[in-house]
Ligand binder design. Structure first.
Ligand SMILES: Cc1ncc(COP(=O)(O)O)c(C=O)c1O
Length: 352
């Protein structure tokens, strides 16, 4: 608290990220990082970019990154926005596109940065409850609103919405922007990017943090109608004209172009997810059907917070949220097969 803070700062509840603990032997399954390394081509490109050229400012239009994204999705540069992480892209989206007279609709259980952006930018939100199976029901969004934002797959549930339901949502709200946050889409869900040609109210947001294993690089992007992108550019250029440095730009382009690496590592994670889900179910856990690089799970006889604490004592970090409806769940990132095996071994010991 300080008398020098503005009113907005007094009213903020900042987002709390998962811990970034450094401990030898730690199995870190708490922040949905990718257990496999990034594309070696991306690493080589960044090493090459880390030279004398850094004395100059980077290209403020991020043209090479936009072109790499556009190539990947079969779009034009004008349909692409690039930012320093998808969190930054989301922040600009809330600022530029989601503040209207009617409330923003978003699920009651979703990415917990959304309420933070609402308080930062003074956006009124209505939190639509997930149904009893923890799914988003698009029928529940049939109500007057200023805009809609969903994560697909949702976080922290991991449950994905089929494309047909997103299409129905977009068709039902032609006058509102509908944002689909696809941070985890490459682990088995369908991307709404396929609908961009038909809906000028759609904005899709993705990140290189998860399926490209570049959480430490901080690169995210949005896809949408050029008018939506132009709105984001106006906010970005009123905030920081150079959100990506040259090293980031070089790494992002090479990572986006190395589709084979992304597919191979994502497929390995999908296979480990199936194995871990079966093992957890055999131990009596309920596991929500996940299309993400994590599972969301609870045990009918064991308290979620206590399980997280017991795992922590065994140097395994998972994420537990002290939030209504989900305080018995653990969100567990899919690690390597060895890490998943050690997690199952530890849980067997704790439950016995
Ligand atoms: C649903 C969702 N969206 C966006 C992000 C932000 O990703 P980043 O800022 O690393 O691009 C996360 C991070 O965990 C997330 O879970």
């Amino acid at each position: 608290m300080s008398k020098f803070w503005s009113k907005v700062v007094h009213g903020l509840t900042p987002y709390t990220p998962g811990e970034q603990v450094q401990m030898p032997g730690l199995i870190k399954l708490n922040t949905n990082e990718n257990p496999y390394g990034p594309s070696p081509r991306a690493v080589a490109a960044m090493q090459e970019a880390a030279g004398d050229g850094l004395r100059k400012y980077s290209d403020p239009s991020n043209a090479v990154v936009k072109d790499a994204v556009a190539r990947h999705f079969g779009l034009t540069r004008e349909q692409v926005f690039v930012g320093n992480s998808s969190d930054e892209v989301l922040a600009h989206t809330f600022h530029a596109l989601l503040k209207h007279d009617l409330p923003l609709l978003t699920p009651d259980i979703s990415y917990s940065f959304y309420p933070t952006y609402c308080s930062l930018y003074g956006i009124e939100a209505f939190y639509v409850p997930l149904n009893e199976r923890f799914e988003i029901d698009v029928e529940d969004y049939q109500q007057p609103c200023g805009a809609i934002i969903l994560a697909n797959p949702n976080a922290p549930t991991g449950i994905a919405l089929p494309l047909a339901q997103i299409e129905a949502l977009l068709a039902a709200h032609p006058e509102q922007v509908v944002v689909i946050d696809e941070a985890y889409v490459d682990f088995g869900a369908q991307s709404a990017a396929a609908l961009l040609g038909r809906f000028d109210n759609l904005l899709v947001i993705q990140t290189l943090s998860k399926s490209r294993s570049l959480a430490g690089l901080r690169v995210g992007f949005a896809l949408g109608h050029p008018d939506l992108i132009a709105g984001l550019e106006r906010v970005k250029n009123s905030f920081n004209c150079y959100p990506l440095g040259q090293v980031q730009q070089a790494g992002a382009v090479a990572a986006l172009d190395d589709v084979a690496h992304m597919e191979q590592t994502s497929n390995a994670i999908i296979a480990s997810r199936a194995w871990l889900t079966a093992q957890m179910q055999a131990l009596g856990f309920e596991v929500l059907p996940s299309q993400a690089n994590f599972i969301f799970t609870r045990h009918p006889q064991h308290d979620g917070a206590q399980l997280a604490a017991a795992l922590r004592e065994r140097a395994i970090l998972v994420r537990h949220f002290k939030a209504a409806r989900i305080d018995q769940f653990l969100r567990i990132t899919i690690g390597t097969d060895e890490e998943c095996g050690k997690l199952v071994g530890a849980l067997k010991g704790i439950l016995s």
